[in-house]
Ligand binder design. Structure first.
Ligand code: PXP
Length: 238
């Protein structure tokens, strides 16, 4: 069975747009847990553009499904994550000027720092994942750094599919990497830019065990939820 992790950063983005309390990401996490998602993902960014420290703390305290906390290698964020004690961490690259996480980690450049962070979290029995591009060398490095899991960045595949371009090479690359990672004992997740079509394409790769999806799920929910909400307002004002 493949697992579905839902990234709720953009519930917080919407809340922060007004600087008030609605929509509440903690309520979203509880809602998602009740409808059976397998994990909740949140990214505590250095600039706190969506999820804030208190959100992360409260969501990790729910304890109903695993919480996957995405963090950069920034020392301050690592310290906060250690205090918050999520079930999993996923180390991601972070650049203040990016709109979203544009690619995987540069493992060669950051190997010693990442290795140290992994060992700190492992001592606390927190599972560690590395967000990487689909290339074999990064899979092997991830194993050497003692990660439990790799999350393969699917942004390039998603863009090719959305633009109607040939995506076969990228898909083959992801499949090869996923199979090698799995044979090395790494759990394999996939995420970034996924929608119905790209997720369906990736389900053919048996070694991908979890999909982490955020933006599309939150965006698509607008269209599925509008009817109910408008109906409720019509009832109120009639
Ligand atoms: N996985 C990781 C590691 C991410 O950083 C993100 C986006 O921040 C996602 C999955 C979800 O990507 P999207 O919001 O495009 O579905």
């Amino acid at each position: 069975m493949k697992r579905l992790g839902v990234n709720i950063d953009h519930v917080a983005t919407l809340r922060n747009a007004r600087g008030e309390i609605h929509p509440d990401p903690i309520k979203a996490a509880k809602f998602l847990i009740n409808i059976g998602v397998d994990s909740i993902t949140i990214h505590l960014r250095e600039d706190r553009r969506h999820i804030k420290d208190l959100d992360a703390k409260k969501i990790c305290l729910l304890k109903k499904v695993p919480v996957n906390l995405e963090i950069s290698t920034n020392n301050n964020i690592v310290d906060i994550a250690l205090k918050i004690k999520p079930d999993f961490i996923c180390i991601v690259p972070e650049n203040r000027n990016e709109i979203t996480t544009e690619g995987g980690l540069n493992l060669k450049r950051n190997a010693s720092k990442i290795k140290k962070i992994i060992s700190i979290f492992k001592k606390k029995k927190i599972r560690t994942s590395l967000f990487i591009n689909p290339n074999i060398s990064d899979i092997k490095i991830s194993k050497n750094l003692n990660a439990d899991c790799v999350e393969i960045h699917t942004g390039r595949l998603s863009n090719l599919v959305k633009l109607g371009k040939n995506y076969q090479n990228e898909l083959d690359k992801i499949k090869k990497c996923s199979n090698i990672a799995s044979s090395l004992g790494l759990d394999v997740h996939a995420g970034h830019g996924l929608d119905y079509k790209t997720t369906k394409i990736l389900t053919k790769i048996s070694t991908i065990k979890e999909f982490n999806i955020g933006h599309f799920i939150i965006g698509e929910s607008i269209f599925f939820g509008l009817k109910k909400v408008v109906k409720k307002f019509k009832n109120i004002i009639e």
